[in-house]
Design a protein around this ligand. Structure first.
Ligand SMILES: NC(=O)c1ccc[n+]([C@@H]2O[C@H](COP(=O)([O-])OP(=O)(O)OC[C@H]3O[C@@H](n4cnc5c(N)ncnc54)[C@H](O)[C@@H]3O)[C@@H](O)[C@H]2O)c1
Ligand SMILES: [Zn+2]
Ligand SMILES: [Zn+2]
Length: 392
């Protein structure tokens, strides 16, 4: 066996390349090494791709939605054996700190070796994440032939059934993320749930909103095939923000009250229309704000008084949002990187029971060498690309 492998590396803004890099080895006795069989590109990867994520370095191996076969385990690994087929959560969690014990895995206190960097920025450090900057641990990602998985007894979920990779792969991130987004929305009987963004996360938020008892789901985007998927597959009423004023449409649809529960499944790279859209870009370019909080602002304006705003969309730093409206309208906000480990067993059960087949979002497949091209398509929303899966 050679001691190198092929992996997708970040080289700078809109520049990712397949390179030969050292093959991962067991570092801690609690590690496992996987041979990757499938790995997806996420909307969060686009924040790295477009150069918005701080603390990236040339040559970083990216990707955080992997699955594969265990080929080596450290001496203290008890739950996994060589030959096991597993899906790996994007959150790296120790399993034994206070936060992990409270099931808040994405807030693990132990898994980020660069916690100090995060503390300076945020006051505290969240968990380390695969392939997601040095501030969040500097861990190599899973868009590669092999992956080192720290705390191997805590994260990976074993797949024993005959389900295909594409049916289970999204347990690594976007299915739990959509589910936690809907859970965080605190949906009650009779509720109208509005979901901004019909990317993969939005699609799973829509599916999950129904599972959690929504009475009506409204989906907002401008990409026709994504709106179609939300409508046909997600049974949502749709609003195309390029054709309609979102506030006016939502007020019409809810008799002036506004949606009870609002989900921002867009995040920092929101596309804005009109003057505020332009202002967001200018302020971000001038480093007066780190994010473009167009959707956050719109959702706060639209949300019914006393409603809930759930934010799975990723934000990176300072953003100008109307806190006054939030306060005076008594809106509850819930957010966070997903506590993936919490959802693995219950959501795998839903897949096994046939309640949902998450592979419905996949539009593109390719090998690792197709990754640069697929990043570009996914970023530009070209060629009908909604979700791309790589098979290294
Ligand atoms: N919280 C978590 O743990 C977690 C996990 C995975 C992804 N995410 C985040 O979720 C977000 C979505 O991820 P994705 O994979 O679906 O990405 P994506 O880029 O495929 O989808 C984003 C969608 O938002 C739409 N959009 C842009 N501006 C809009 C606007 N003004 N109004 C309505 N829609 C708008 C785009 O057209 C696109 O379809 C990203 O920010 C990603 O980082 C968070
Ligand atoms: Zn992701
Ligand atoms: Zn922990």
């Amino acid at each position: 066996m050679t001691d190198t492998m092929e992996a997708l590396t970040w080289q700078g803004e809109q520049d990712v390349r397949v390179n030969e890099v050292p093959r991962p080895e067991i570092v801690e006795p609690t590690d496992a090494i996987l041979e990757i069989t499938a790995t997806a590109i996420c909307g969060s990867d686009l924040h790295l791709y477009n150069g918005y994520m701080p603390a990236m370095e040339e040559g970083d191996v990216i990707g955080h939605e992997p699955m594969g076969e265990v080929i080596e385990v450290g001496s203290e690994v008890e739950r996994l054996e060589v030959g096991d087929r597993v899906v790996v959560p994007f959150t790296i969690s120790c399993g034994s700190c206070w936060f992990c014990e409270e099931d808040m895995y994405s807030l693990c206190d132990e898994s980020n070796p660069n916690a100090e960097m995060a503390r300076e920025e945020m006051g505290h450090s969240p968990a380390g994440l695969f392939g997601f900057s040095h501030m969040l641990g500097g861990f190599d990602g899973g868009q590669a032939e092999y992956l080192r998985v720290p705390y191997a007894d805590v994260g990976p979920v074993k797949i024993d059934s005959g389900l295909s990779d594409e049916e289970v792969l999204f347990l690594s991130d976007i299915f739990p993320t959509g589910y936690m987004a809907a859970e965080n929305a605190d949906i009650e009987d009779g509720d109208t749930v509005a979901v901004w963004g019909c990317g993969p996360v939005g699609q799973f938020a829509i599916q999950s909103a129904w599972m959690l008892g929504a009475d009506r789901v409204i989906a907002i985007d401008r990409i026709p095939e994504r709106l179609d998927m939300a409508s046909y597959h997600g049974d949502a009423d749709i609003v195309n923000y390029e054709n309609d004023d979102v506030y006016d449409r939502l007020m019409d649809m809810t008799r002036g009250r506004g949606p009870d529960r609002c989900i921002d499944a867009v995040g920092t790279e929101a596309h804005g229309t009109g003057l505020t859209g332009v202002t967001d870009r200018v302020k971000q370019g001038a480093k007066l704000q780190d994010d473009r909080p167009y959707v956050l602002r719109e959702a706060i304006q639209c949300c019914r008084k006393g409603g809930t705003l759930s934010v799975p969309g990723v934000y990176l730093g300072r953003a100008n949002v109307p806190f006054g409206a939030l306060m005076n309208k008594a809106i509850t906000v819930k957010t966070g990187q997903t506590h993936v480990q919490r959802y693995l067993d219950p959501l795998l059960e839903k897949i096994e029971d046939g309640e949902i087949d998450p592979s419905f979002v996949v539009t593109h497949e390719g090998s690792l060498s197709d990754a640069p091209d697929l990043y570009e398509k996914f970023n530009e929303k070209e060629d009908g690309c909604i979700k791309a899966v790589l098979t290294p």
